[in-house]
Design a protein around this ligand. Structure first.
Ligand code: BG6
Length: 487
């Protein structure tokens, strides 16, 4: 008989399980990608019978895997899902979960994936308890622990957490999730850069003028204010998702597609980014808050938590010296879009008749991560029936057009499957987490110092504070989105 494979979700009554994890696992099952002899065990403090838990998550699957839900497949899937009431921080209750798993494994050797979908302040204790309950030794099968973000709230806490979990787990057992890395379009960045020969020769300071990364959301903090007000946009989006995008744009070619080769190169990018010193924080960053944020229930009166940030970084290495990377992210903005825009240098000489002082528009490449997944190259074309009038036109690739409407799976699908397969390429290694915090810490410190830039307020539904436009205009640029509505 094949080894059993248990997927144990701690914090199973929460939103993430219903919205993301279960719909993804359901789709993996439907595609025949779950290993043989699998079972999902939901664990949390809430009271559920197996059936009530199944009904709870069925609602999530119907809503979030709408296009693929069907009753028969759901029935087969749900038969392998069960629930165990328990608190991961209570040692005895955890032992009861272990007994239940052992009973199912029935003395056979089994693999176990533990997913910590719990409050971040419980990670350390949770891992310690798993260790103390003897639930992570790998004598009879693998034991892997998935840890959600945020991983720490600064360098010191991230380091302390790494140290604490390394006392119990080997690095190879730890899967720190950044769901952006599971997005199809983010994975395609490596393919686009290194499976094609056209762009890589020009992917450097000689041809690239500057890079913009936008991660904009229309939603405000909604019912997450209790969490968000202690975190803010830099910890919530920049330290992880946006920094990961930057690393993939800037990385040197890894020698292979192996996890360690990719993770080594990404770590080098983080090490090469020039930290923003607290005294420069006002000239290199902008922090904003949407005007109605402080009226939200759960937000502290007079809260200074930023819901928007713009940052300019430089990368001190041979490839990127002198090329600014602008990153911005915010809530309650005009559109939901994540995009990387690469601006190439303008032609060195203008041979066309143009007005004095006029310049040719630069070529730019827009990599749309979401929601209109695709890549667009914008270049100059001659307007027909003119002498040499020019206009920017596009060559474009759309995932939906090329691969069909259902082509893009939920990010968690790929990530969960990779954990089961033991492929850590799309997960963040301990050193990368620490390097990226080391870059973010001085900004957060600067924002709490006398040198802090003002907190700039912006109206919901706009593109954020005008000060962010000024940050980039100061260098002669403006924010540009190739794939999203015009600003
Ligand atoms: C999460 C953040 O990590 O990413 C949220 O905590 C944010 O605040 C979300 O809304 C954005 O993810 P996506 O996949 O919708 O871009």
């Amino acid at each position: 008989m094949s080894k059993s494979n248990a997927i144990v979700i701690f914090g199973a009554s929460g939103d993430l399980t219903r919205r993301k994890l279960m719909p993804s696992l359901y789709d993996l099952y439907r595609k025949g990608r779950l290993p043989e002899n699998w079972r999902i065990v939901g664990v949390s403090r809430s009271e559920f019978t197996d059936d009530a838990f199944r009904a709870h998550i069925e609602g999530g699957v119907k809503e979030f895997a709408k296009a693929t839900y069907d009753r028969k497949t759901w029935g087969e899937f749900a038969a392998n899902v069960c629930y165990c009431q328990g608190d991961l921080t209570d040692f005895e209750q955890l032992q009861a979960v272990d007994r239940m798993l052992c009973e199912w494994e029935n003395g056979a050797h089994g693999n176990r994936l533990y997913y910590l979908s719990i409050a971040p302040n419980l990670y350390e204790q949770a891992v310690a308890n798993l260790g103390a309950a003897n639930m992570v030794h790998e004598d009879h099968g693998w034991r892997r622990v998935v840890i959600e973000k945020p991983f720490g709230r600064d360098l010191a806490s991230a380091r302390a957490l790494n140290n604490a979990i390394h006392k119990v787990l080997n690095e190879s057992q730890i899967y720190r999730i950044d769901h952006y890395l599971g997005k199809e379009t983010v994975q395609n960045l490596l393919v686009f850069r290194f499976a094609n020969s056209l762009y890589e020769p020009v992917w450097n300071r000689n041809y690239i003028d500057h890079v913009q990364i936008t991660a904009a959301e229309t939603v405000d903090v909604g019912h997450r204010a209790n969490f968000y007000d202690n975190v803010g946009v830099v910890r919530d989006m920049m330290q992880n998702h946006v920094m990961q995008l930057l690393a993939l744009v800037a990385t040197e070619p890894p020698t292979s597609f192996e996890a360690e080769a990719i993770r080594n190169e990404k770590a080098k990018v983080f090490q090469s980014i020039r930290p923003i010193r607290p005294e420069n924080v006002a000239s290199c960053t902008v922090r904003g808050q949407y005007r109605t944020y402080r009226d939200t229930e759960g937000v502290a009166p007079g809260s200074m938590t930023p819901t928007y940030a713009a940052i300019r970084y430089y990368i001190d290495n041979w490839r990127w010296q002198g090329v600014p990377f602008y990153m911005r992210s915010g809530k309650a903005l005009a559109a939901k879009t994540t995009e990387i825009t690469i601006f190439f240098k303008r032609p060195p000489h203008v041979m066309f008749p143009m007005q004095r002082g006029a310049q040719l528009a630069p070529n730019y490449l827009s990599i749309c991560i979401q929601p209109d997944e695709g890549i667009q190259f914008s270049f100059q074309a001659k307007v027909p029936d003119t002498v040499a009038e020019m206009r920017t036109v596009d060559m474009s690739f759309q995932y939906e057009e090329s691969f069909g409407a259902l082509a893009i799976p939920e990010a968690y699908e790929r990530l969960l499957l990779d954990v089961i397969k033991g492929d850590a390429s799309l997960f963040t290694r301990s050193d990368a987490i620490e390097h990226s915090w080391a870059l973010i810490d001085p900004i957060l410190e600067g924002w709490e110092s006398k040198q802090a830039p003002p907190l700039c307020f912006y109206e919901s539904g706009t593109w954020g504070p005008v000060e962010a436009d000024a940050l980039i205009a100061h260098d002669g640029y403006h924010w540009t989105l190739g794939c999203a509505p015009e600003e």
